[in-house]
Design a protein around this ligand. Structure first.
Ligand code: HEM
Length: 139
């Protein structure tokens, strides 16, 4: 596909939404990974779609609503082990492939996503576990 940004090249908002949908369906069916998430998956689903659009070069919809992602900090309330990161990546790879993100486009995205997922691992660290409010950036 053509386009200036990865966001456009993968197919825009429709594709990103479908990737996130497929990803969270897989998370819902993966008991150990599912256990890390809150009961209601809808808010994280919506936030990931906004974030992905921005991260792939689309409109900065996540930051417009929630400020700087501070992604690692926002994950501190959730105890994430190395095996969670591996499962997360397995489901995300399948979700990307299911929406036709392959070849060079996949490799470029994967090269950024894989280290980011491992960076979220915090299980054996003494980090603050209190949640960051959605409007923390306003204060
Ligand atoms: C490594 C394994 C990961 C696990 C187990 C994990 C788990 C979680 C959990 C439990 C939440 C909170 C959901 C909620 O509060 O409703 C969350 C939020 C989020 N995750 Fe992850 N995550 C992982 C990696 C990633 C990666 C690699 C990215 C980015 C590419 C990402 C992007 C996000 C975003 C944008 C949010 C919403 C943050 C917010 O505004 O509160 N996550 N994740």
């Amino acid at each position: 596909m053509s386009g200036e940004t990865p966001f456009e090249r993968v197919g825009g908002r429709e594709t990103v939404d479908a990737i996130v949908e497929a990803f969270y369906d897989a998370v819902a069916a993966d008991a150990p990974l599912r256990a890390v998430y809150p009961d209601d998956l809808a808010p994280s689903r919506e936030k990931l779609a906004l974030f992905f659009e921005q991260w792939l070069g689309g409109e900065p919809r996540y930051s417009e609503r929630y400020g700087h992602p501070r992604l690692r900090r926002r994950h501190f309330p959730f105890v994430i082990a190395e095996h969670h990161a591996r499962s997360w990546l397995t489901h995300m790879r399948a979700a990307l492939e299911s929406q036709g993100v392959t070849g060079d486009e996949f490799e470029a995205i994967w090269g950024r996503l894989e280290p980011l997922a491992h960076h979220m691992v915090n299980a054996h660290e003494d980090v603050p576990r209190d949640p960051l409010p959605d409007d923390a950036w306003l204060t």
